[in-house]
Design a protein around this ligand. Structure first.
Ligand SMILES: C[S@@+](CC[C@H](N)C(=O)[O-])C[C@H]1O[C@@H](n2cnc3c(N)ncnc32)[C@H](O)[C@@H]1O
Length: 283
């Protein structure tokens, strides 16, 4: 059998083959025949027969060109080569992913809904309406806050003018892949927001995680801290009276909807006349 001189074959493996042969020969000569497989002994016998009939020059040539590899070594070699190939493929895939992620952090994590965190993502049409309002109110270089509304933030990232400033206030740390635009936010600590972001936002869009008085009351404190003027709140229909009392919001005809249907009656509340803009084209 002739060795294929494949550059990916480890020299260790070839050493292993030579060592194996030495050990087998030694064991055979020392009379430890029990340790030698019948195939190995036949191989040795056959090679002795052949040696007797050939010239020394031919033998030398054969020794250089031909090395007998056992079935075990062949299969170890094949396994080694396929492992090398697999490793190389995985390395190339990882490199590709890293390159894509450097371009777009959106691809760094999977953003499946986590119901433990009360996550219900907007459908595309809802994102388009809310994003369109954000662009209209903030202009090309204004500022928009997405409070517990990461789907809207991700949509806005795709359609934003380069100068538009976006901030995502979120409890779910998966969204920290968005770097400085992510601010860790827990509605239970409503005053815990960076001082330099107070009253900076042309529009604050909030979608609190729970339909409770406690949650909306605390969320409203943060909304007031951040907003310059315009506010949109998406939450359950039953929160209408509290949304009016706490933030002066009124219910809109526009209905936010979710990618996975929600049983709750869901509504949008605004500090201005949202409905008159909704049909005028969305992003
Ligand atoms: C009803 S979902 C609103 C998501 C929105 N519909 C969207 O598609 O972007 C509630 C959001 O509140 C976030 N959240 C969960 N616990 C929170 C907490 N303690 N403080 C602030 N936000 C929280 C969830 O991660 C989720 O993004």
């Amino acid at each position: 059998m002739t060795i294929v001189r494949n550059p990916v074959i480890s020299p260790d493996l070839l050493n292993f083959e030579v060592m194996s042969e030495v050990n087998v020969n030694e064991a055979y000569q020392e009379g430890n025949g029990a340790k030698i497989t019948s195939t190995s002994k036949e191989e040795i016998d056959q090679s002795e027969d052949v040696k007797e009939k050939r010239s020394p020059a031919a033998e030398d040539q054969d020794e250089e060109d031909d090395v007998q590899l056992s079935a075990f070594t062949m299969s170890a070699l094949q396994e080694f080569v396929s492992e090398q190939l697999e490793r190389e493929q995985r390395r190339q895939q990882a490199e590709q992913l890293a390159q894509d992620a450097a371009k777009d952090p959106d691809q760094l994590a999977d953003f499946e809904e986590d119901w433990q965190l009360s996550q219900f993502w907007y459908d595309d049409a809802t994102c388009r309406v809310l994003a369109s309002e954000a662009l209209r109110l903030a202009g090309p270089s204004g500022r928009v806050a997405c409070l517990s509304s990461p789907t809207l933030y991700r949509h806005l990232r795709k359609v934003r003018p380069p100068e538009l400033k976006l901030t995502l206030f979120e409890y779910d740390q998966r969204f920290s892949v968005f770097g400085p635009e992510f601010v860790l936010y827990d509605y239970r600590s409503p005053l815990d927001v960076p001082g330099d972001l107070r009253e900076q936002f042309d529009l604050v869009v909030a979608d609190p995680p729970f339909l409770s008085e406690e949650c909306l009351t605390k969320t409203a404190v943060t909304v007031r801290l951040l907003a310059k003027q315009h506010i949109l709140l998406c939450t359950g229909a039953q929160m209408a009276p509290l949304a009016g009392r706490l933030l002066g919001l009124h219910e809109c005809r526009f209905r936010p909807a979710h990618a996975n249907n929600l049983a709750n009656e869901f509504r949008c509340f605004a500090s201005y006349d949202l409905d008159s803009h909704v049909s005028k084209g969305t992003t």
